[in-house]
Ligand binder design. Structure first.
Ligand code: ADP
Ligand code: MG
Length: 334
């Protein structure tokens, strides 16, 4: 998709941002979730006491394994699933009492593609806009379709579109009524690399235009790439919400790898204060340290190695990725 086209998304979003906040909600978060619980009819508890505030213009990624409760959470906010208890407000409006207001502020790009109809691209998005009580606006819809490289397919039947086009159509539908919050539920599941990158670009442009974006994903690199904040959900619980950069520095461990000139049998006791691991062949020492600590201890380790008469030919460092952090978190909470 041409970047020129992507830039158009910004124009659309800028044009479309209305200010739906009630007067007393100026400083309030655009989305507030309080003590939210969901137990399905079969007794399964899918969400357990979720609390979360989201500020206008934020991109938050909800990470979690399959079945964690991500889609359920989004479905509640969008009014598709009823909460069992708790409260959700959008710009101060209650999602149940003020359903019309909240729903009109929200765009949803659902996880499932249910787009096998005979309808045309154009009719679909025009209808979708109408559903939210918005007056017809052909110019807006044209801009949306152009931005998503769908303009030349506007008269095509949906069932004739490729998978990637159907995904983009879902986004076009979600943007048709000019929402200020956009939910993307696994937007890049099963899409090719190019479309993923395009999607990330679109998200970045929408953010720049002030749209708040909440996306779910189980691709950790996706969260790492585009999110400001990351929430981790596991078994219906929000086990962590943190700014991405803080999360990386807080939870991230670094490792120093020392390639020895001569193998050793054991690590000398003079080095027992360091968190060291010796490879099976005795050729590699791995030192794991906390990136948050004031000092890494590397300098003194190197001094002590010298005293112990251990020489190394090469030295490398590695840093844990968000993926490592996530896998640790989820396994700890299971
Ligand atoms: P995610 O989107 O994180 O993969 P979901 O929110 O779709 O997870 O599902 C969370 C859990 O709730 C899953 O175990 C799922 O099977 C269960 N679930 C979803 N919908 C229903 C339903 N209507 N009735 C009973 N259980 C459900
Ligand atoms: Mg889901």
């Amino acid at each position: 998709m041409a970047s020129v086209a992507i830039c158009l998304v910004v124009v659309i979003a800028l044009n479309s941002l209305h200010n739906p906040s009630p007067m007393n909600a100026a400083a309030a978060p655009i989305l507030r979730i309080e003590n939210l619980n969901k137990t399905f009819d079969d007794g399964f508890q899918a969400l357990k006491n979720i609390n979360l505030d989201i500020q206008k213009g934020e991109i938050i990624a909800l990470l979690g394994p399959n079945g964690a409760g991500k889609t359920t959470l989004i479905s509640i906010i969008c009014g598709i699933v009823r909460p069992s208890s708790g409260r959700v407000t959008v710009a101060g409006f209650d999602i149940i009492k003020d359903f019309r207001q909240t729903r009109s502020m929200i765009g949803l790009v659902p996880q499932e593609l249910t787009t096998d109809s005979f309808e045309s691209v154009w009719d679909t998005i025009a209808f979708s806009r109408g559903l939210f009580g918005k007056a017809p606006d052909a110019a807006h819809l044209e801009k949306v379709l152009r931005a998503l490289s769908l303009w030349d397919r506007k008269d095509s039947m949906i069932m004739k579109l490729s998978g990637g086009m159907k995904r983009r159509l879902l986004i076009a539908k979600a943007l048709s009524h000019e929402p200020s919050i956009l939910f993307l539920d696994e937007p890049t599941a099963g899409v090719d690399v190019n479309l993923r990158k395009d999607m990330w670009q679109i998200v970045a442009e929408l953010k720049a235009a002030g749209v708040t974006i909440i996306l779910t994903t189980h691709y950790i690199d996706e969260a790492e790439e585009i999110a400001d904040r990351i929430g981790v959900i596991n078994h219906g619980e929000m086990i962590l919400v943190e700014e991405k950069s803080k999360l990386m520095s807080k939870m991230g461990k670094k490792q120093l790898l020392l390639d020895l000139c001569e193998s050793v049998v054991t690590i000398p006791s003079s080095l027992s204060n360091y968190n060291l691991e010796l490879s099976e062949d005795g050729n590699l020492i791995t030192y794991t340290f906390d990136t948050q600590g004031d000092r890494t201890g590397i300098t003194s380790l190197l001094d002590d190695l010298k005293l112990a008469n251990i020489q190394f030919r090469d030295l490398n460092t590695t840093q844990s990725s968000l993926e490592d952090i996530f896998v640790n978190l989820v396994s700890e909470s299971s």
